[in-house]
Unconditional design. Structure first.
Length: 214
């Protein structure tokens, strides 16, 4: 095809402006200068950028990070946990006393409306209501606080938190299971804290939880 042709003579397609013409003389040869020649240092740097860690190095770094995280965990001791429970017990007793006063006033007013007075003979419904109410209040206190943030008022004051085995947040069903284990053993399971390294009580083992310090 002649160099000045704009279209193909057979198909009529438009030709590119820049094309290779066989037999034409090249304008010049491309030669690398001294500044453009790659050196050994540049090749080494480029090779270093593509050096990925091996599987054994990744596993070793993961084990080291896990060991460091475990070493930094501080578990709640026996006396610290007992102190936190005493604060929680004081809060629960205060709430129960307030509930008892309101229930007592309401019960007396109800008896007075029927011309009766409060005595031991008719105090059984009041005692049953107060006992059930205190148990429900204590259960709701520990389950809600542990399921909501992992710590009660006492644990906040003593810098404690209830977490799972992998330091995850505790769900409400697990918090309920933990409280049932504590109430079922009347709190005596806490003495197991003195016998294991992670300072877990029996209800912690039952619910799969542990208490750490913050």
């Amino acid at each position: 095809m002649p160099p000045e042709a704009e279209r193909c003579e057979k198909c009529g397609a438009k030709l590119l402006h820049r094309r290779v013409i066989f037999g034409a003389q090249r304008s010049g040869e491309f030669v690398l200068t001294a500044e453009e020649e790659p050196g050994a240092g540049d090749l080494a740097t480029e090779n270093d950028d593509w050096q990925f860690p091996t599987r054994s190095e990744v596993a070793a770094s993961s084990v080291a990070a896990t060991a460091q995280a475990v070493a930094e965990i501080r578990y709640g001791g026996f006396f610290r946990r007992v102190g936190a429970f005493m604060v929680d017990l004081a809060v629960i007793l205060l709430l129960c006393a307030l509930m008892g006063v309101l229930a007592y006033i309401g019960y007396r007013v109800g008896l007075a409306a029927h011309g009766r007075f409060l005595s031991w003979d008719n105090a059984t419904p009041l005692i049953f209501f107060l006992t059930t109410g205190c148990m429900f209040l204590a259960t709701a206190y520990f389950v809600v606080f542990h399921g909501m943030g992992g710590k009660t008022i006492g644990k906040c004051l003593f810098g404690l938190r209830v977490v799972g085995i992998d330091l995850e947040a505790v769900s409400y069903p697990r918090a309920l299971l933990r409280w049932c284990g504590f109430a079922g053993t009347v709190g005596l399971s806490c003495f197991l804290i003195l016998l294991n390294r992670q300072k877990r009580s029996l209800h912690d083992l039952l619910a799969g939880t542990k208490v750490i310090r913050e």
